[in-house]
Structures are given as C-alpha cells and as structure tokens.
Design a protein around this ligand. Structure first.
Ligand SMILES: Nc1ncnc2c1ncn2[C@@H]1O[C@H](COP(=O)(O)OP(=O)(O)OP(=O)(O)O)[C@@H](O)[C@H]1O
Ligand SMILES: [Mg+2]
Length: 281
C-alpha cells in the first residue's frame, strides 16, 4: 500500500467518524462571509456553492481539517477569489497572522493542460497519469517556484506550507482587504518605477531563479504599497524548458502592452527580450 492508498483509507475512516465539525463551521463561514464581495468575481450564490463544493472533495476536506486541528491554521475567514482552477482564501495561522490559502481543484480537464507545462521541465522526471497526483504536482510546482523566486529576493508572496493541493503563502493586503490586481489600478502613482520594477522582476527571475513566469500580465500582479507583488507562478518553467523563450516573449509583450495602454513611453520590447537572455544584438 503506498502513501496515497494509506491516506485514502484514513480519509474513509475520517468521513465515517463524521468528525468534520470544525470544517463544517468553516464552510458556513465561507458562504456567509465573503471578505469583500466586490472582489469576488461576479458569481451568483448557487454557483459559489458549487464552486466551494467542487474544491472541497473528500481528500481536501480531510487535509484542510488536519491543518485546522494540528496547525498551522487556526481558521479560514473567507473567499478572496473563486476561479476555474483554484480558489484562494484568507485564513489565520495559530499566531493570529493572516495567510492566503490557494486550493487547487481536482479536475481532469485542468490536469490535462497542466501536463503540457510539466512535460519538458527537467525538474519533473516522472509525469503522473492520475488526475489528483498531477494536480498535487502542480501545486508543489507553484510552491517550489515561489521558493526559488523568494530566495533570490524577488517580490512574490513568501511560501509557507504545501500539502497535496493546498498551498499556504504570505497574504498580500491590509487586514481583511486583499491587495488589488494591477489591472484594476487605472492611475498607479509612479508608473515608470512600477514598469521598471516589473521588468527587473522578469530579468532576475530569468537570470537568478532560472525561471520564466509564463502567465505574467496585469491579472497576476498585485499592487501593494505602490509596489508590484507577482503571483500565480504555478506554470512557470525552467529556462531549460523547450518553450521557455516563447513564454518569455509573451510575458514581455503583455507587460509592455499594459504600460503602453497606460500611456507610458516604453522602450523596445525586443531589445528588452535580448537583454534578459543576455544576447547582444
Ligand atoms: N498571496 C495572496 N494574497 C492576497 N491575495 C491573493 C494572493 N494570492 C492570490 N490572491 C488573489 O487570488 C486571486 C487568484 O489567485 P491566482 O492568480 O494565484 O489563481 P489562479 O490560478 O489565477 O486562479 P484561476 O485561474 O482559477 O482564477 C488573485 O487574482 C488575487 O486576487
Ligand atoms: Mg491568476
């Protein structure tokens, strides 16, 4: 019996014992207390319920409950974002600090496209066929990417904990108000500084952390204390990945387009691309 089967048995016992009390409370809380309803994507209540239920399969319920009973979590406060692949919650750890929890949904469509990013990455030699295992690998990939970027001093949330499809990281926001996404900031205070901070992020991520984000845009950058904090780094690939340069060019294009639209005079994206990969043209 491998760890996966052993855990499945534990889960069955857990469900039979009907010891989900603490979690039930959390579910109630999540449904009643959206932190900031304006921030939750526009979904009606019935959809929200479906979203929560689809995230919380039995294994996730079991693992989340373990984290609430044994730490590091004290309570889950509410939904920050309910998305297609993952939901993000504001929670508190046992010391009363805010943390963000990202829970990936166990979904076969999701696991199918995820495989494209995992195949070809030299860090992942064994590619699982099982849907759950692919999602767990994906979540651990986000955790590892966060660690790599954080270690070289880049502006990403500090990774705290990973278990299967549950990732805990530093919460970016002020008290219960999560930081806004850059896409919602119409007039950033010092746009040129912001632009150069983000370009610097791309460059350092490539040259120091040896990664390419792969989904970088104003939709995955939080604006906090007038500084960018880059999130959603799960699909980031190693610079050795066969498509690394294609993803890099796309990331650069997205950022230049955003600042062009803001009316900032940007330099030439192509020059910047060659600058990142250290080629003199
Ligand atoms: N550490 C954090 N602190 C505060 N808010 C966060 C944090 N991480 C994520 N968020 C919020 O949650 C949202 C979704 O997070 P993220 O971009 O990582 O997930 P996602 O993979 O895009 O989810 P989906 O694609 O399913 O919508 C973000 O747009 C942001 O508003
Ligand atoms: Mg995102």
């Amino acid at each position: 019996m491998d760890d996966f089967d052993k855990e499945s048995e534990e889960i069955d016992d857990f469900i039979e014992e009907k010891s989900e009390k603490k979690f039930d409370n959390s579910i109630d809380q999540l449904e009643k207390k959206g932190i900031d309803y304006n921030r939750i994507r526009n979904i009606d209540q019935s959809k929200k319920r479906a979203v929560i239920e689809s995230v919380f399969d039995e294994r996730t319920v079991f693992n989340l409950n373990k984290l609430l009973i044994n730490g590091p979590l004290d309570r889950v406060e509410g939904v920050i974002s309910a998305g297609k692949e993952a939901n993000v919650y504001l929670a508190y750890d046992t010391e009363g600090n805010e943390v963000a929890i990202k829970i990936y949904k166990i979904d076969s469509n999701t696991s199918r496209w995820m495989r494209n990013y995992i195949i070809g990455d030299p860090r992942f030699k064994k590619i699982p066929h099982n849907v759950s295992k692919t999602i767990f690998l994906w979540a651990s990939k986000e955790f590892k990417n966060l660690k790599r970027a954080y270690k070289v001093g880049l502006s990403v949330p500090k990774p705290i904990y990973i278990r299967n499809n549950i990732l805990i990281m530093e919460y970016i926001g002020f008290e219960s108000i999560p930081a806004p996404l850059l896409k919602d900031i119409k007039t950033p205070k010092e746009p040129l500084n912001l632009f150069s901070e983000i370009l610097n992020f791309i460059k350092q991520l490539y040259n120091k952390a040896k990664l390419v984000h792969g989904d970088l845009s104003e939709f995955n950058i939080l604006y906090h204390n007038q500084q960018p904090v880059i999130i959603d780094i799960s699909q980031a690939v190693s610079t050795q990945h066969p498509k690394a340069e294609v993803y890099l060019a796309r990331d650069i294009k997205n950022i230049f387009n955003f600042f062009d639209k803001l009316g900032i005079q940007t330099s030439n994206p192509e020059d910047f691309y060659y600058d990142v990969i250290n080629i003199d043209v």
